[in-house]
Design a protein around this ligand. Structure first.
Ligand SMILES: NC(=O)c1ccc[n+]([C@@H]2O[C@H](COP(=O)([O-])OP(=O)(O)OC[C@H]3O[C@@H](n4cnc5c(N)ncnc54)[C@H](OP(=O)(O)O)[C@@H]3O)[C@@H](O)[C@H]2O)c1
Length: 273
């Protein structure tokens, strides 16, 4: 991986995940700076990985080749204001992981000709098994795109999106999706507990089944999820009876509705900015 000086604006969960991935991939700690107003999260990273910590975003960004905006969307404009005034973005690559802020806003917040990549990671990035959707402005060079790919590959799989609107779709498919699986697992655990399993055992039974199912699906990449489902389902058997309940409740339609609701919310959020 190319070695460029990276400054993270924000030292929270997502910055922590990506920095962990970079360090695990052998990225030099002295090339990484984390910036945040308070010291708690920042110092944790400084102590854990030996990276640089700063409280002045502009100062840390001036000397960076790559700036990663990892703050909440609500404060993005405020955070960008001093950067706009004090940092020359001409030869810098900027990545933003904030949901809901379109490229055109960053052109106003930072500079019209900014080299910007929007990144939509998900929380399994915290354990190096994330999925990130990336969208680059036309002006971003192949070299910068390669760097962005390598950066996000340190915390999981990377998928490039060819148009910006697809970022909202990827939020529904991957960004919000860990919560869909957790809801399913939570419901299964609750029923396992009602059946008499203690909480710890119920959690493990569900967790290992989910892990095993995902691993099986991953090992059979030539088989569709539908085929894998059919392979577990004998005619007239227990699984068939269980699945009948899901179909009667129209689970596929519920999933469609849920994903469409996530997309609508992402689109609404974009209008706020
Ligand atoms: N978590 C997810 O699942 C997820 C997934 C995809 C995208 N994202 C996006 O990732 C971004 C960060 O999310 P997160 O979960 O990492 O949030 P987080 O844990 O709340 O971290 C936010 C960080 O921003 C810092 N911050 C606040 N004001 C600042 C300022 N003026 N200058 C510099 N840093 C400032 C905070 O500093 P202190 O440490 O001093 O409080 C904190 O370190 C958000 O835009 C979110 O939409 C998150």
């Amino acid at each position: 991986m190319q070695q460029r000086k990276i400054t993270f604006i924000g030292a929270g969960n997502m910055a922590h995940a990506i920095i962990t991935g970079l360090i695990s991939a052998g990225y030099p700690a002295n090339y990484i700076t984390a910036c945040s107003p308070t010291a708690t999260n920042r110092d944790l990273l400084v102590k854990k990985y030996g990276i640089n910590g700063k409280s002045d975003n502009s100062d840390a960004s001036k000397h960076a080749d790559v700036i990663i905006l990892a703050v909440k969307p609500q404060i993005m404009e405020t955070v960008c204001q001093p950067l706009k005034e004090q940092v020359n973005f001409a030869n810098k690559l900027v990545l933003t992981i904030a949901a809901g802020i379109p490229v055109k806003r960053y052109q106003q917040y930072l500079a019209p000709n900014i080299n910007l990549v929007r990144v939509m990671p998900n929380t399994p990035s915290l354990v190096g098994q994330g999925v990130s959707g990336l969208y680059a402005m036309d002006c971003v060079s192949e070299d910068d795109k390669t760097f962005a790919t390598e950066l996000m590959a340190s915390v999981g799989k990377v998928f490039w999106l060819t148009n910006e609107a697809t970022i909202n779709d990827i939020i529904a498919v991957t960004g919000s999706a860990p919560a869909y699986f957790f809801l399913f697992m939570e419901s299964m655990q609750q029923e396992a507990e009602r059946l008499g399993f203690d909480s710890k055992t119920a959690r493990e039974l569900v967790l290992y089944t989910a892990q095993g199912s995902a691993a099986l699906a991953a090992s059979k990449s030539d088989l569709s999820f539908a085929t894998l489902r059919e392979q577990v389902t004998s005619k007239g058997g227990t699984t068939a009876k269980a699945l009948e309940q899901f179909y009667q409740a129209n689970l596929p339609q519920i999933v469609t509705n849920a994903m469409r609701a996530a997309i609508r919310r992402a689109e609404e959020m974009e209008k706020q900015f």
